[in-house]
Design a binder for this molecule. Structure first.
Ligand code: ADP
Ligand code: GN1
Ligand code: MG
Length: 367
């Protein structure tokens, strides 16, 4: 059982005091996350312990190496700017007694432990444009800070992560193989995706022609992967660094927008409620461009709406593929969970397509 394995793994970390309690935490789809409390002479200190999903991250040690390099770089930048409150601005890994930043449980699974950032929250849905602005500014600043990353080359923790043509091909294969006999019941969704094949290559072609550069990017900047300060609302700290690796800045803008500009949950079943929230999109574009400062080329800024479309399409395609393959990737809580998630992304994509021109106008206005 995870709680027992967690206790065993925790013994290896250099945490002062005695274990008090633990509970599952957060709404991530991939890793197992726990909030853990330790009692040290009557003072309670909290930690985040995570078991990395090694079905998805095939080389979790390399994931940890990447994260350590990225954290070092971010800390260095923040220190040089004279930023205060560093341990709330950048994730801090707890070391083991052997000086490692991870430990194995008796099942051989890898755990890591972060200091808990107190007084901050990650949001599944943007409640106001101000929240969206702050989150986007933090992701933009994250991109800016990584522009001059000069550490060891980062490992590709999930190969071809945002290679949308491969995601498209995976959907075609899953629909053909139809191992769970689900394809007939989701013909409409499959046809919706297949009719948008040209969209799949829209950012890759810019990379391949040399028009946009490969950078070190987050790759998974959904809204609940950034902390906002509970008191000031300010974007504080970017979380979930497992996929920080080479990619396009546009992957980050697009994925952040698809997660934040939708006013309902990613698994909402009332599709009539899914639509681009234009005021939130505007706040995202403004916040991201303010945070990133002068780190982007004009062509990257010109393609923000394309990235929004593409990453929404890609995410919906991934959910649909997982549904067809029998839900082996994203955690689910009900049988049609991945299908429901796919439908939300595709409804959002339709809404983006319907107002593409006005979104492009917004981007031009905030540049
Ligand atoms: P997953 O890969 O499963 O999405 P995350 O790293 O995003 O896991 O963590 C899940 C949630 O745990 C976050 O949304 C956030 O609420 C919380 N969390 C993660 N790291 C910390 C931290 N250092 N301090 C406090 N809460 C954290
Ligand atoms: C996963 O790990 P989490 O829950 O923050 C996924 C993202 C998807 C997202 C959709 C490593 O993010 O790529 O966009 O779910 N992360 C990975 O909610 O696959
Ligand atoms: Mg997460």
């Amino acid at each position: 059982m995870a709680a027992t394995l967690l206790r065993e793994a925790l013994k290896k970390f250099d945490v002062p005091g005695s274990f008090k309690n633990s509970a599952p935490h957060g709404s991530g789809h991939i890793n197992d996350t726990f909030i853990v409390a330790f009692d040290h002479d009557g003072a309670i200190t909290r930690y985040i312990a995570q078991r990395i999903n090694d079905n998805i991250f095939k080389n979790p040690v390399k994931v940890m190496e990447n994260i350590a390099h990225v954290i070092r770089h971010l800390l260095d930048k923040a220190e040089r700017r004279g930023q205060k409150d560093l341990n709330r601005r950048v994730l801090t890994l707890v070391q083991t007694s052997d000086g490692e930043n991870f430990a194995y449980d008796p099942d051989g699974r890898l755990w890591r432990c972060y200091h808990f950032i107190e007084g901050a929250s990650a949001w599944d849905i943007a409640e106001t444009p101000k929240q969206a602005f702050e989150a986007a500014r933090a992701f933009g600043a994250f991109q800016r800070d990584l522009t001059d990353y000069g550490g060891p080359k980062l490992f590709e923790t999930i190969p071809l992560f945002h290679h949308t043509p491969s995601r498209f091909a995976a959907l075609q294969t899953a629909a053909r193989e139809d191992v769970k006999n689900r394809a007939a019941s989701v013909k409409a969704e499959i046809d919706f995706a297949l009719s948008r094949e040209t969209l799949a290559g829209s950012l890759l072609s810019l990379l391949e022609s040399g028009a946009v550069p490969e950078r070190v990017v987050h790759n998974d900047p959904k809204l609940n992967n950034v902390f906002l300060d509970d008191r000031t609302g300010e974007g504080l700290c970017v979380l979930d660094l497992d996929t920080v690796m080479p990619g396009l800045s546009l992957y980050d803008f697009g994925d952040m927008a698809r997660s934040a500009a939708n006013p309902v949950a990613e698994d909402e079943r009332d599709l009539g409620r899914v639509a681009v929230q234009v005021s939130v999109f505007e706040a995202l574009a403004r916040g991201y461009l303010e945070g990133v400062e002068d780190a982007l080329l004009p062509i990257e800024k010109d393609n923000l709406v394309t990235s929004f479309k593409l990453l929404t399409f890609e995410c919906g395609t991934r959910f649909l593929t997982d549904y067809l393959q029998g839900d082996t990737y994203f955690k689910i809580k009900r049988e049609t969970h991945n299908l429901d998630r796919c439908r939300v992304q595709f409804a959002l994509l339709k809404s983006i397509e319907e107002q593409e021109e006005s979104l492009a106008k917004i981007v031009r206005a905030v540049q």
